[in-house]
Design a protein around this ligand. Structure first.
Ligand code: NAD
Length: 497
């Protein structure tokens, strides 16, 4: 941890130099149109920077640069061990600039500075380094052909990758894509969310400083319907990787179908169940994890445990523990290292969360704790962590992703009932379960239709295991060696001997 105080961070925020321009072919550049948009901090409403508002003209420029560099082979044909060294230097630079990047992230999207420093920046560097370290350890295959044939099965970079990413973990979601995409030898055009473009813009220069050739990493800030759509429809993007909402994910599939059938890999939304069985070993521990699962990062987490499924026989005993645990999560100025709940990302997100709280009340669910916007005098966008009791799985607050600190408590009776309710959702990203019965843990884990299952914990993970969703939570996986599948084409070469 940095040892910097609230006052130190505030002082640094005053003097921080912020770059808002796009990055194309190794240099910062204004949008062709000259248009910009104001990047506003949700902490207090201050304008942080004017950011380039890119459109299809800038996308053409960035893609042309990415394609030319890819074809030149300076990166795509570099020896894997050399690519590894450049990317490890890039990871080192992210770490050396950890405080600056954490501050940008916090100012831009409102998360607590302590989380940005402990989770986002190290997680971003690790994603780059882990993928880099893998590149010179991945071998190709030889097919079990008849003796007169030699069948080579090789992986090649796909070419130009467009990466469209969200605002909740802006840099880390970008780096989950950049790590394996760059390590595989591709050129990338990265489009950060209009709500949080600043760290993506900043790291482009660090990548160049690390030795990435010009054109290998381009960053295009701007609105999704302009620059994101242009990337989705572009005839010269080979692969589109995405993290964001299911609504946008479906649109990207349409763009691919309407253009060049580019490969589309999607990490989308979730409505994850956290199931607490009556035989959980330690209910206090489970309650603390339930609170963290919905309050961490203001609930703006794709795997937020937004549906608490609690067994009927322990509900009366367990809920007060959850209420007590969530009271430890209090909104505050995110630049204060003591703060554990920051601001919501922007006005739109604030209004969405507040409208779901109203919808929950209107449908007859009961607010046990929270439910209000707070700290309005700060000019920032803060909402108390909120728990609804008496929710049924058919209510809007149980079916739709809120993407805020709002927990729905749903009662169940027995294992079958828990599994039925847990799987009764469009999504399939994460699921937690708490029990001291080993067979029940395995059987329930198998029955849950989700990409990650956590037993007697919630939201564990690192670069070693794949991350992604079943059903409308997406396709393909980020992290682990499986992530490389998105960024490589398989080639079979038949040699007659
Ligand atoms: P979003 O879909 O609104 O935006 C994501 C990105 O898509 C942004 O860069 C945005 O500008 C762009 N975009 C928006 N409309 C577009 C269009 N028509 N064409 C092309 N691009 C477009 O999502 P968000 O609000 O930024 O992020 C929140 C969502 O992300 C939640 O649903 C959350 O669950 C999901 N998420 C998923 C994961 C995961 O790994 N599965 C991780 C983090 C967040």
């Amino acid at each position: 941890m940095s040892g910097l105080t609230f006052a130190d961070w505030q002082k640094r925020a005053e003097t921080l130099q912020i770059e808002g321009r796009a990055y194309i072919n190794g240099a910062y550049t204004a949008a062709d149109s000259g248009e910009t948009f104001a990047c506003i901090s949700p902490i207090d409403g201050r304008t942080l920077a004017q950011v380039s508002s890119c459109d299809s003209s800038d996308a053409d420029r960035a893609i042309a640069s990415a394609r030319a560099t890819f074809n030149s082979g300076t990166w795509s044909q570099m020896a894997p061990a050399e690519r590894k060294q450049v990317l490890c230097r890039f990871a080192d630079l992210l770490e050396e600039h950890a405080e600056e990047l954490a501050l940008l992230e916090t100012l831009d999207m409102g998360k607590p500075i302590s989380d940005a420093l402990a989770v986002d920046i190290p997680g971003s560097a690790e994603a780059i380094r882990w993928s880099a370290e893998a590149t010179d350890k991945l071998y190709d295959e030889i097919a079990p052909t008849p003796r007169e044939q030699l069948g080579l099965i090789t992986r090649e970079p796909v070419g130009v990758v467009a990466a469209v990413v969200p605002w909740n973990f802006p840099l880390m979601m970008a780096c989950w894509k950049l790590g394996p995409a760059l390590a595989s030898g591709n050129s990338v055009v990265l489009k950060p969310s209009e709500k949080s473009p600043l760290t993506a813009i900043r790291i482009a220069a660090l990548a160049t400083e690390a030795g990435l050739p010009n054109g290998v990493l381009n960053v295009l800030p701007g609105f999704g319907h302009k620059v994101g759509k242009a990337l989705g429809l572009h005839m010269d993007v080979d692969t589109l990787v995405f993290t964001g909402s299911t609504r946008t994910a479906k649109q990207l599939l349409v763009y691919a179908g309407e253009s060049n059938m580019k490969r589309v890999w999607l990490e989308a939304g979730g409505k994850s169940p956290n199931i607490v069985f009556a035989d959980a070993k330690d209910l206090e521990e489970a309650a603390a994890a339930v609170a963290t699962g919905i309050a961490f990062n203001q609930g703006e987490v794709c795997t937020a445990g937004s549906r608490l499924l609690v067994e009927k026989s322990i509900k009366e005993r367990f809920l007060p523990m959850v209420v007590a645990a969530i009271k430890a999560w209090k909104p505050g100025n995110p630049l204060d290292p003591q703060t554990n709940v920051g601001a919501l990302a922007d006005n739109q997100q604030l209004n969405t969360v507040l409208s779901y709280i109203e919808a929950g009340k209107a449908e007859g669910a009961k607010v046990l704790v929270g439910g209000n916007r707070v700290m309005q005098e700060s000019g920032g966008l803060y909402v108390e962590p909120t728990i609804f009791d008496g929710v049924t799985n058919s209510m809007k607050i149980a079916r739709e992703e809120i993407f805020g600190p709002v927990l729905s408590v749903i009662e169940f009776d027995g294992v079958e009932d828990a599994i039925r309710i847990a799987n009764d959702t469009l999504y399939g990203l994460g699921a937690g379960l708490w029990t001291s019965n080993l067979s029940k843990a395995h059987q329930t884990a198998r029955a849950l239709r989700s990409g990650s299952v956590w037993v007697n914990q919630y939201d564990a993970g690192d670069m070693t295991a794949p991350f992604g969703g079943f059903k409308q939570s997406g396709n393909g996986r980020d992290k682990s060696l499986h992530a490389f599948d998105k960024y490589t084409e398989l080639k079979a070469t038949w040699i007659k001997l």
